[in-house]
Design a protein. Structure first.
Length: 352
């Protein structure tokens, strides 16, 4: 396994991070524990969760993922060797009123001090640990262009100020409840705003990482955020590197395998449009032409990017998990890289 520094912190995280959002929906507690055991036995030290997992988010399943991790952590003696990340859900990706079942007062979630404190304490309880290594805002409190939205919401309502969120995170660091903070589904403006606030007030935590989508089908991160990564030392935790499994090729030709994510859930439309289909056909053919597994080629490409700190994989079976982790040993030839870039120029970012 390869390890990379998490932002400017003293934490070293595995290049492969174990994603967990299917646990409690598509995976049982026993299956989650088996995945955790296998991943750690094969060099993975980084686990990523969220208070609202599993996905799709529902009131009746919310928190199961963290609870499954917690029952596993309780049996171990090596908590200090595990880098555990989770997320606090603020205002949703749409209008106010989403996820109002997350908080005790049944108010819509936001990134205020009060709600962050409630959220972290509940996560710590479910995870059965005294501290979280990386605590991330799951998305900005303001509305932005993400989750397939194409137009900036100019009529956005007032959001919780970033300064208030950072103040709360600073208190949590001081209390020993979190070690570092990160952001997710964030923009270049948002990251630099967080950084400038921390520069102006050294008591505030510096953003260590950003968790955003990055795959062969969505390389928008390269347009501006990759420069922030390089100049400011903020590491990318790449999520959906297989675009919900699309890059395996299993959905080509309209196929919907039983039990597969896009077969079960219809909410992920950004991964199932005709542009995605055309690009995926080309990437799968390129992999087969060079004797590569399409999934491992897609993951190996993400692994090779200099701005990627960790590649968040998710699996619903141990066979998938093994293949995903083994992508660490796959080194793409220049011919394959050139082929990927040619396809990207013809079919840029179809799932963004």
């Amino acid at each position: 396994m390869e390890f990379r520094r998490l932002g400017r912190t003293d934490m070293q995280v595995s290049l492969i991070c174990l994603g967990t959002m299917t646990w409690g929906e598509q995976n049982t507690e026993a299956e989650a524990h088996a995945q955790l055991d296998y991943a750690l036995d094969h060099g993975v030290n980084f686990i990523d969760a969220a208070e609202m997992y599993p996905v799709p988010p529902k009131a009746e399943t919310q928190g199961r993922t963290e609870r499954y991790i917690g029952t596993w952590l309780k049996t171990r003696k090596d908590r200090d060797k595990i880098v555990l990340a989770t997320k606090v859900a603020g205002r949703g990706g749409g209008p106010r009123g989403e996820f109002d079942w997350l908080r005790d007062d049944k108010q819509p979630p936001n990134l205020s001090r009060r709600q962050i404190f409630e959220a972290v304490d509940k996560s710590l309880q479910r995870l059965q640990t005294d501290y979280i290594d990386l605590y991330q805002t799951h998305w900005p409190d303001r509305l932005t262009v993400n989750f397939g939205k194409a137009e900036y919401p100019w009529n956005d309502e007032a959001a919780i100020p970033i300064a208030e969120t950072l103040d709360a995170m600073a208190e949590l660091v001081k209390a020993g409840k979190i070690r570092a903070m990160g952001v997710s589904n964030e923009t270049a403006w948002g990251v630099t705003r967080h950084l400038s606030s921390a520069e102006a007030n050294p008591a505030l935590p510096r953003v260590a990482s950003i968790q955003n989508p990055y795959s062969l089908l969505n390389r928008w991160y390269e347009t501006s955020l990759s420069e922030v990564t390089k100049q400011e030392g903020v590491g990318l935790l790449a999520y959906s590197p297989l675009a919900m499994g699309v890059l395996s090729g299993k959905y080509l030709g309209g196929a919907r395998p039983a039990g597969a994510r896009l077969s079960l859930f219809t909410r992920f439309t950004r991964y199932s449009n005709p542009r995605v289909e055309r690009a995926t056909e080309r990437y799968v053919a390129l992999a087969q032409q060079h004797g590569l597994d399409p999934c491992q080629m897609a993951l190996a490409y993400v692994n090779s990017r200099p701005f990627v700190t960790s590649n968040i994989i998710g699996a619903t079976s141990l066979a998938q998990l093994k293949a995903d982790i083994d992508s660490i040993t796959v080194k793409l030839s220049q011919e394959v890289i050139d082929g990927i870039e040619a396809i990207h120029r013809e079919h840029p970012n179809p799932s963004a």
